[in-house]
Design a protein around this ligand. Structure first.
Ligand code: NDP
Length: 247
C-alpha cells in the first residue's frame, strides 16, 4: 500500500463493486490510499472484498445497493456522507448487458438495461450532486462503453443506454464549474458482464470474442485512477480503453 497524504485521501463511492471493473477499481483506488465505499446487491462478495482490502492495509466499507431504486441509492450516498462528512468521488459503474436483436422484442431486457445503466447512473448523480455542490467540488466518473460511440446489431438498446450516459455526462460537465465529470469507456474487458441474460446465441458469441480479446479489469481501473489523480482544475472528460486488437 502507498502512504498517501491527507490531500490524496479521497472518499470514493463505487457502484457495482462486487465483480469485474468495479471490484478492480476498488482494489486500485484502495491501493492508492483512498477510502472506498462499495455498493452492489451481492453483499457476500462485497464483504469478502472489503476484508481483502483491509488485510492489505486499505480503507474500505460496503453497503447493499440496488441502483434501480432511488431510495437505495440515496441511502448508500447519505450513509457515506454521514460517516465521513464529505464525498469526493462517485464512480457510477453498475451495469448489465443482456443483448439481442430488436425484433426479438425482449422488452424486459430493454427495461433492465434502461433501469440499471441509465436510470441507475442518474440516480447516483441525483443522490450525490447536492453534497458535491454543497462542499464546492467533487468528481463523477461514469463508466460507459465503446458502445457509447458505435452501434452494433444485437446491441442497440445497450448502446442507447451508453450513448445516453455519455450525453448526460457532457451536460453535467457543461453545467458544472467545480465538479469534474469523467466518462470511462471500456472495450472487451474481463468481467461477469456476458455471463447471463439476453439471447443465448448472442451471449455465447460475446463470450467467445471476450475470451479472445479481453483486457484485464485492472486496465480500466487504472484509467479511472488516473482521472481521479489529476488536480482539481484538470478534468479528464473521456477515456476509451479497449484491447489493441479490438476492431
Ligand atoms: P460485471 O457483471 O462483472 O459487473 C457489473 C456490476 O454491476 C456487478 O458488481 C453487479 O453487482 C452490478 N449491478 C448490476 N445490477 C445492479 C443493480 N441493480 N444495483 C447495483 N449494482 C448492480 O461487469 P463489468 O465489470 O464488465 O461491468 C461494469 C461496467 O462496465 C458496466 O457499466 C458495463 O456496462 C461496463 N462495460 C463493460 C465492458 C466489458 O467488456 N466488461 C465493456 C464496456 C462497458 P450485483 O449483481 O452484486 O448487484
Amino acid at each position: 500500500m502507498n502512504s498517501p497524504t491527507t490531500a490524496d485521501h479521497k472518499i470514493v463511492l463505487i457502484t457495482g463493486a462486487s465483480s469485474g471493473i468495479g471490484a478492480a477499481t476498488a482494489r486500485r483506488l484502495a491501493a492508492d490510499g483512498h477510502h472506498v465505499v462499495l455498493g452492489a446487491r451481492r453483499v457476500d462478495r462485497l464483504e469478502a472484498l472489503v476484508a481483502e482490502l483491509r488485510a492489505a492495509g486499505g480503507r474500505a466499507e460496503h453497503r447493499e445497493l440496488d441502483v434501480t431504486d432511488l431510495d437505495s441509492v440515496r441511502a448508500f450516498v447519505d450513509a457515506a456522507h454521514e460517516r465521513h462528512g464529505r464525498i469526493d468521488v462517485l464512480v457510477n459503474n453498475a451495469g448489465v448487458m443482456p443483448l439481442s436483436r430488436i425484433d426479438a422484442l425482449r422488452v424486459d431486457d430493454w427495461n433492465l438495461m434502461i433501469d440499471v445503466n441509465l436510470r441507475g447512473t442518474l440516480h447516483g448523480i441525483a443522490a450525490v450532486l447536492p453534497y458535491l455542490r454543497g462542499q464546492g467540488g467533487g468528481h463523477v466518473v461514469n463508466v460507459a462503453s465503446v458502445s457509447a460511440y458505435r452501434v452494433d446489431p444485437t446491441a442497440a438498446v445497450y448502446c442507447a443506454t451508453k450513448f445516453a450516459v455519455r450525453a448526460l455526462s457532457e451536460g453535467l460537465r457543461q453545467e458544472s464549474r467545480d465538479i469534474r465529470v469523467t466518462v470511462v469507456s471500456p472495450g472487451y474487458t474481463e468481467s461477469e458482464l456476458a455471463d447471463q441474460g439476453g439471447d443465448p446465441e448472442v451471449r455465447a458469441a460475446v463470450r467467445a470474442a471476450s475470451q479472445e480479446l479481453a483486457i484485464p479489469a485492472s486496465a480500466v481501473a487504472d484509467a479511472i485512477g488516473y482521472a481521479i489523480a489529476q488536480p482539481a482544475n484538470v478534468d479528464v472528460n473521456e477515456l476509451v480503453v479497449r484491447p489493441t486488437a479490438q476492431g
